[in-house]
Design a protein. Structure first.
Ligand SMILES: C[S@@+](CC[C@H](N)C(=O)[O-])C[C@H]1O[C@@H](n2cnc3c(N)ncnc32)[C@H](O)[C@@H]1O
Length: 249
């Protein structure tokens, strides 16, 4: 796997990059299907947190590796306000896009391995979607998770969503990212001082080892959803909702 700094430079900071193919665009069938599944996950998780005492109207929320800010915007809709919503990312291009799209949400550049700005607050909820997949070594993951753990309030919630793979640490040298086994992702979350509340699989590798989101390109949504339930494949992605240790759900 490549260095995350190189990947951010070539994949996310390069306006000409085709590393994120157009098929994932929101208006395409794959992008639309994926966004719906991840939004369902976020909706369920936010409601679990609310039933566990999260006062969303007053909550401070941080999206780590926020990209161009799509999920911060969704959180602002759920919250009813862009106040107290923050995003950080290592890509200056993506942070600029996020600021342009979401003028009242606060964003900063940072490398989560080196440190995460606190914006002068501590956080009630942190999102970490498809970011750990870019960190190559256990040391980088440990540092990032320790930085995240420090920023969370004592009852704070963490929602991690990432790609699945049998093993994070065996990947081809040229890949931009690599997923995690369930054990590896759970261990990473626990290392931030978090207690696991729920774990769920999202998407699935279906026949010919094809990620179900890609199958949505050519098949109706209902077909893909039924296949995800019935087909005996590996998960496509894993989501873990966790809470700072010591607090009750
Ligand atoms: C696959 S994208 C996910 C974006 C967003 N979370 C989403 O789900 O749409 C990964 C993002 O993580 C960012 N990233 C990668 N390594 C990072 C690091 N060390 N610190 C901060 N951001 C990082 C990239 O710049 C990119 O925007």
């Amino acid at each position: 796997m490549k260095n995350y700094q190189d990947v951010v430079r070539d994949r996310y900071d390069n306006p000409e990059s085709k590393a994120v193919p157009d098929i994932w665009a929101l208006l395409g069938r794959i992008g639309h299907y994926s966004e719906g599944k991840i939004r369902d996950l976020l909706w369920r998780s936010v409601n679990i947190a609310r039933s566990g005492g999260l006062d969303l109207g007053k909550a401070t929320i941080l999206d780590i590796g926020c990209g161009s800010g799509f999920w911060t915007r969704v959180m602002a809709e759920y919250k009813g306000s862009p106040e107290d919503i923050y995003g950080v990312d290592l890509s200056s291009l993506r942070i600029a896009q996020a600021k342009k799209m979401n003028g009242f949400i606060s964003y900063e550049l940072c490398d989560i391995v080196e440190g995460i700005p606190s914006f002068g607050v501590t956080f009630d909820m942190v999102l970490l979607f498809d970011v750990l997949m870019h960190l190559r070594s256990q040391g980088q993951i440990d540092k990032a998770m320790a930085n995240i753990g420090r920023l969370l309030n004592k009852d704070g919630w963490l929602l991690v969503y990432d790609a699945w793979a049998p093993d994070h640490f065996t990947s081809s040298s040229g890949s931009d990212w690599q997923g995690f086994s369930e054990r590896q992702l759970l261990d990473a979350v626990k290392s931030a001082g978090m207690r696991i509340v729920t774990k769920e699989n999202v998407f699935k590798y279906l026949w010919k080892n094809r990620h179900s989101a890609l199958v949505a390109h050519s098949r109706p949504r209902m077909f893909v959803e039924i296949a995800e339930r019935l087909y005996p494949g590996n998960p496509g992605n894993i989501a873990v909702l966790a809470r700072k240790s010591g607090s009750g759900v």
